[in-house]
Design a binder for this molecule. Structure first.
Ligand code: ATP
Ligand code: MG
Length: 559
């Protein structure tokens, strides 16, 4: 990817950076990092952070690191690491240097913990986790000093060594920074910096049974890596004094600064890894990359392009005020991309037989249709016209409503790109269901030529004799409520959209799509945008609907 963001108006982070560059702070360097915890798949909120961190480095000729923030081994896994790596790459970004792990710095962090102990700035507390919480006080009441707060340096060194050796059980004691139990900012009330966790770590194996806290890890990792601007979301604003306390009180090699921006909140979905994991674990969706998930891998499978997600992140901007972004904006971003770039095709979701009685069996006429109505460079596609055709059930009405522009008895429509046909006869089965239409075509109405009489409408079709069987999965929003998390009585499970997936197992696409590769994207004329799903086999293709042609939800909301 190129540095194509540089002409865009700058956000407040960029203003800070430009001031730093002017003043020569950080030696004129810009180093950012994207620091995911590998405890789930990345979601659209992370895309905002990725675009900001990598985009900022690109804009200022700096570097962006990919660092796994892996201090909670029990919740983390290699599967999550692999998915995150692949998602960042897919979005179009490349990190500077190797992939980094906070766990790479466990030795150094341990040394710095010893440093704090020796300086009398950390102590081993033997209160239980419950007691530690009790002693912490509240927002309105100061905390109380632990009875173990005044242990000697020697005793603390000895106890911390025992912690490291595994001599204590989980929760029996913890290492705390000695700051101020009366600090108005609760984060400064002697935060725990090392906990006992007798857990195997996906990177460091069984080397450690004590693990540093997020706060003790993050800033120091930034300093080790020479990160200059450590950009995180607003909920860490209250942690900034602690971030700075560690940087000031440790012999770190650099002086990174933390800046906060507003996280992305998107309506009609949830963006919390914990909740997304619940949806996966409870099989409410078909895995982390289910096309209804707001995960990067879900959006990818849904048919989103990396460019559309980057464009969306550009549009929403970076500010310090929390707000909720409408899902319609994300959908508009992919619709705009696909409208310009997706070739057109026809696909019949619920086939209804249409027999052209005045065309002999075995005859096949090829029509050439533009792959894109506004982009000639995309060339032509060939569609066979035969005696046995298929149209969508929804395009026929035996008793048409007023203003019906599709097929009905005795009426004519144009088959897109081909002839005008007239419905002569309707065949029903024993139960009265329409099973076949018999029609005749008018040879004088070929292609786009002017015609004597104008049919009321144009419908899509495929040849029954020569088309591609496929399953079409029509996806919609996963939740019916704009704020599925916002109800006090009910939880987000209650708002799952029962129609978020409708499967059409017997669909037929025009034959040219036969060998379309996985992830290739099309506009199915009159239906929406679709892409080829990885479930596709030689015998049967699977298409996912990315988004409809228009925003049907805006109408529902009365916009
Ligand atoms: P979640 O709440 O979904 O678990 P998290 O913040 O715990 O997210 P991390 O893996 O710690 O997830 O996030 C990596 C980076 O992405 C962090 O810098 C975090 O601030 C940022 N990030 C996470 N969610 C969002 C969001 N919704 N909008 C913008 N940035 C986000
Ligand atoms: Mg986190």
């Amino acid at each position: 990817m190129t540095n194509n963001e540089s002409s865009k108006p700058t956000n407040f982070i960029h203003q800070i950076i430009e001031e730093d560059l002017d003043k020569g702070t950080h030696g004129g360097q810009v180093v950012t990092r994207f620091p995911p915890e590998p405890n789930g798949y990345l979601h659209i909120g992370h895309a905002k952070s990725i675009c900001l961190n990598f985009g900022t480095a690109l804009k200022y000729g700096g570097a962006c690191h990919l660092r796994f923030d892996d201090t909670n081994p029990e919740k983390e896994s290699q599967e999550y690491i692999d998915s995150i790596i692949s998602d960042v790459r897919w979005l179009g970004f490349e990190w500077a240097g190797d992939i980094r792990y906070s766990s790479d710095y466990f030795d150094q962090l341990y040394q710095w913990a010893l440093h704090l102990i020796r300086e009398g700035k950390a102590y081993v507390d033997s209160l239980s986790p419950h007691e530690i919480r009790e002693y912490r006080g509240t927002l309105t009441e100061p905390g109380r000093n632990s009875p173990y707060r005044e242990r000697s340096v020697e005793e603390n060194l000895e106890l911390f060594e025992k912690m490291r050796q595994g001599d204590f059980d989980e929760g029996e004691c913890a290492l705390r920074a000695k700051i101020d139990m009366a600090a108005p900012n609760m984060n400064l009330r002697d935060p725990v910096i090392y906990r006992i966790r007798k857990a195997h770590h996906h990177q460091s194996g069984d080397k450690w049974c004590i693990y540093p806290s997020y706060d003790f890890t993050h800033g120091q990792s930034d300093a080790i890596e020479g990160v200059t601007h450590s950009i995180c979301t607003l909920e860490f604003e209250d942690h900034r004094p602690l971030y700075e306390w560690f940087i000031e009180n440790l012999p770190v090699p650099a002086q990174p600064r933390q800046y906060e921006f507003a996280r992305l909140n998107l309506n009609y979905t949830v963006t919390s890894k914990r909740k997304l994991k619940l949806l996966v674990d409870e099989a409410k969706v078909d895995g982390w990359n289910d096309p209804r998930m707001p995960t990067i891998s879900g959006l990818r499978r849904r048919g989103y392009t990396p460019a559309s997600i980057r464009h969306f992140c550009d549009m929403i901007g970076v500010t310090r005020s929390n707000g909720i972004v409408d899902m319609g904006m994300l959908e508009a971003a992919i619709r705009e991309d696909l409208d310009a770039n997706a070739p057109r095709a026809m696909c019949v979701l619920q086939p209804l037989k249409l027999t052209i009685t005045n065309l002999p069996d075995g005859e096949q006429e090829w029509f050439e249709l533009p792959a894109h109505p506004k982009d000639e460079s995309m060339g032509l596609r060939k569609v066979p016209f035969t005696r046995n055709l298929l149209i969508d059930r929804e395009d026929f009405a035996e008793v048409p409503p007023r203003k019906w522009k599709r097929l009905s008895p005795g009426e004519a429509v144009r088959l897109r790109g081909a002839y005008v046909i007239r419905c002569d006869e309707v065949i029903k089965d024993a139960s009265g269901e329409v099973v076949e239409i018999k029609a005749s075509y008018d040879p004088d109405t070929k292609g786009a030529n002017p015609i004597d009489y104008k049919p009321k409408g144009v419908i899509h079709w495929v040849s029954a004799d020569n088309s591609q069987p496929c399953e079409v999965r029509v996806y919609d929003r996963l939740f019916t409520e704009p704020n599925p998390d916002g109800d006090k009585e009910r939880d987000f499970h209650d708002f799952i959209n029962p129609e978020s997936l409708v499967v059409y197992p017997d669909a037929r696409a025009e034959i040219g799509l036969k060998n379309a590769s996985i992830e290739s994207r099309y506009q199915f004329e009159r239906q929406g945008y679709f892409c080829v799903d990885p479930d596709t086999t030689e015998a049967r293709m699977v298409f996912n609907r990315t988004v409809g042609l228009r925003d049907s939800w805006a109408k529902i909301k009365g916009q």
